[in-house]
Design a protein around this ligand. Structure first.
Ligand SMILES: NC(=O)c1ccc[n+]([C@@H]2O[C@H](COP(=O)([O-])OP(=O)(O)OC[C@H]3O[C@@H](n4cnc5c(N)ncnc54)[C@H](O)[C@@H]3O)[C@@H](O)[C@H]2O)c1
Ligand SMILES: O=c1ccn([C@@H]2O[C@H](COP(=O)(O)OP(=O)(O)O[C@H]3O[C@H](CO)[C@@H](O)[C@H](O)[C@H]3O)[C@@H](O)[C@H]2O)c(=O)[nH]1
Length: 333
């Protein structure tokens, strides 16, 4: 029988794409999700188990029923604005919930763990290109909670032999090119789906959050990575983790997932106009709290160690796949 992987947050944007990639690689992805921001209809590639990470008894039950060989942990709260208003929700919902999951994982005798971290753990580093060794100085409780979970994984590795791969994502965008799953957040805060909403009239206009940043066109710069490339890296990371001898007992390895190319908000708008061949209504607004000026990955480690190669992570490809999903795929919501 195929090996099972417990996918927390498998009903969400990135987790649902990861389930598709895991199934294509021969695993059975078992989604564990409380549907607080996810969608039942997004769980298409393996069993669904509804539950909250804070519910230890339910987690123990799921480990006993499915006996997964590894855990991929995507479930989190990830809205920066909300994190700045309600830090307690993020420390509880991300840090306490992950502690519960890690303890349940250890109790079940599972040792291989893949974790979604973020370049938001770096904070604002004055335009430098970031890699795995760059200092972490998060600007908000979301980034701080993710950094704390990274530390927790190291401690559980040192003390109890947990082996983990930590992926620090840059900005994830695009959708499954077959539009079986896609990005659907409510409320949506991410740039590309908001631009697409403005293009087809679902919102009045895209507000540019700040036009006075110290960049060539005054808007923030981000490194966008296609969600399918990102989840491919997870399968590579999982296989690498499971290959005897690659990572010692208790080891933790961090990989940045970005392309090394930074694009400003205005550049993303230009590409969106071009790809959709439609105008984008835009208004210029003030800066959004908690935003770094520039977040770009300088890492080649995921390519060197895991053999990862982003294949779809160009802006035209990410925007056209997101646009296809926007027009043809949807969840009930
Ligand atoms: N989207 C990005 O650009 C980006 C960038 C960096 C890191 N990340 C990280 O990637 C992961 C996935 O992000 P996403 O955009 O897919 O988010 P998402 O909100 O679409 O998915 C998160 C899923 O986790 C579930 N969940 C949350 N708390 C839970 C809990 N306590 N118990 C059970 N299920 C719970 C939600 O219902 C949802 O299905 C997150 O950890 C996020 O921090 C995302
Ligand atoms: O209506 C909007 C939305 C966004 N932006 C700008 O677009 C850029 C990208 O914003 P967004 O898509 O919200 O992504 P980030 O704030 O960069 O954060 C995302 O990417 C982080 C990693 O960079 C993850 O950790 C977070 O979970 C995820 O929300 C930023 O400069 C925003 O200020 C706008 O100008 N207008």
């Amino acid at each position: 029988m195929a090996d099972k992987v417990l996918v927390t947050g498998g009903a969400g944007y990135i987790g649902s794409h990861a389930c598709k990639a895991l199934a294509a690689a021969g695993y059975v992805p078992v989604t564990y999700d409380n549907l607080c921001t996810g969608w039942r209809e997004a769980v298409k590639f393996g069993p669904f188990e509804q539950g909250d990470l804070m519910d230890r008894a339910r987690l123990d039950e799921i480990f006993a029923i499915h006996r997964p060989v590894a855990v991929m942990h995507f479930a989190a709260l990830s809205q920066v604005g909300e994190a700045m208003r309600e830090p307690g929700k993020y420390w509880r919902g991300n840090v306490c919930a992950s502690l519960n999951l890690i303890e349940a994982t250890m109790a079940a005798g599972v040792r291989d763990f893949v974790f979604s971290s973020t370049c938001a753990t770096y904070g604002d580093q004055d335009g430098v290109v970031l890699d795995e060794s760059s200092p972490q100085a998060p600007l908000n409780s979301y980034g701080a909670s993710k950094r704390a979970i990274e530390d927790m994984l190291r401690d559980f590795g040192d003390a109890h032999g947990l082996r983990s791969v930590i992926f620090r994502y840059f900005n994830v965008a695009g959708a499954d090119p077959e539009a079986q799953v896609g990005e659907f957040h409510q409320p949506e805060t991410h740039l590309i789906p908001l631009i697409l909403d403005a293009i087809d009239g679902k919102r009045d206009a895209l507000t540019i959050h700040g036009t006075d940043y110290p960049t060539a066109d005054g808007t923030c710069i981000r490194d966008y990575v296609h969600v399918m490339d990102l989840v491919d890296a997870h399968v590579l990371g999982l296989n690498w983790l499971r290959t005897a001898g690659e990572l010692p007992e208790g080891g933790t390895e961090v990989f940045c997932l970005g392309t090394g190319n930074g694009f400003s908000v205005r550049e993303v708008l230009d590409h969106s106009r071009h790809v959709t061949n439609r105008p984008v209504p835009v208004v210029e607004g003030p800066r959004r709290g908690g935003d770094a000026v520039k977040l770009v990955s300088g890492s080649e480690k995921a390519g060197r160690v895991l053999g990862w190669e982003p294949r779809r992570s160009t802006l035209p490809s990410m925007i056209s796949d997101a646009w296809r999903w926007h027009q043809t795929g949807h969840y009930a919501g």
